[in-house]
Design a protein around this ligand. Structure first.
Ligand code: AMP
Length: 281
């Protein structure tokens, strides 16, 4: 695996790699787990070469969030990426990504959906995500890019960004990789105490129960109310539990005739967990 940390080396290695065929790009913030590696494996199936970036993006963290404590484990990440046959790893510094002060940085912001769901409780978060992904896309210039459905709203916003700005990149969404007890893998799971880690699996159980209730014909409102109550009963502080249309994340208009996705964000202590489940009939 070739490791580069600046734009000149990146461009040189990418153009050499692209001579052998299409390149798939997997942006990450590091502290890699099997969920990230499944994206690389998907990238290897759909393209000739793979490039992963590791960059903890300050722009997407709000004041009081975990930017400073976010786990940075580069040596182990390199081993894991080599074990799945990654071709190039890009590890830019903050000054490479943002040489200017933040108030002089151009921002890419998708309107509307970026202020709902996770955007409502994390103002500015998605503008940080779309800005860094746009910049990384321009730096790497991949043919394809792979994202996890774990961050369902993020994937939807990135699809809109690529569409609105006519970026010549094909986006792929990959299913959520889960621990054996159902908890979606996440770098933030490492913040949980042993007791919280046991509780945490309930979040997926609640989503599954809500999905089953919807498929059994229960009303949307009562399913959500019951789900919220179960989360509270299990020690979560609920941020949101919502049902949206899977195609555009708009609120459902035709009840169960739409294909739906249930999305949840909830706190265990100070750790914010997100998850989702698609509901198809
Ligand atoms: P992050 O490092 O958290 O920014 O995530 C980088 C990419 O990995 C994003 O596209 C995430 O959606 C994806 N990802 C994170 N966790 C999982 C998971 N459990 N399953 C599948 N993809 C994931």
């Amino acid at each position: 695996m070739i490791i580069v940390d600046n734009l000149a080396d990146l461009r040189e290695k990418v153009s050499a790699q692209k001579k052998s065929g299409q390149l798939a790009f997997i942006p990450t913030m590091g502290n890699l787990h099997q969920g990230h590696l499944s994206l690389v494996e998907h990238g290897r199936k759909i393209a000739k070469g793979t490039i992963v970036s590791i960059f903890v993006n300050p722009l997407q963290f709000g004041a009081g969030e975990d930017l400073d404590s976010y786990p940075r484990t580069l040596a182990r990440d390199i081993e894991l990426l080599e074990s799945v046959g990654t071709d190039i790893l890009y590890t830019p510094s903050v000054s490479t990504m943002y040489p200017k002060p933040q108030d002089q940085q151009t921002i890419v912001d998708v309107p509307g959906l970026s202020t709902e769901l996770c955007g409502a409780s994390r103002p500015g978060h998605f503008a940080g995500v779309t800005t860094v992904v746009c910049k990384l896309f321009n730096m790497v210039q991949p043919d394809l890019a792979v994202f996890g459905k774990k961050d369902f709203q993020q994937l939807m916003l990135l699809r809109q960004m690529v569409d609105d700005l006519a970026m010549p990149i094909e986006l792929h969404g990959v299913d959520i990789m889960r621990e054996p007890d159902g908890l979606a893998m996440s770098s933030r799971n490492g913040y949980l105490s042993t007791e919280q880690r046991e509780q945490a699996a309930r979040i997926y159980a609640v989503l599954q129960q809500c999905r089953d209730d919807l498929l059994a014909g229960d009303m949307l409102e009562s399913v959500i109310k019951r789900g919220q109550q179960t989360l509270t009963d299990n020690g979560f502080v609920n941020d949101y539990l919502e049902i949206r249309k899977v195609d555009d994340l708009h609120k459902p208009t035709n009840g169960m005739t739409d294909n739906l996705v249930l999305l949840v964000a909830a706190y265990l202590g100070t750790t914010r967990l997100i998850d989702n489940i698609e509901v198809y009939r």
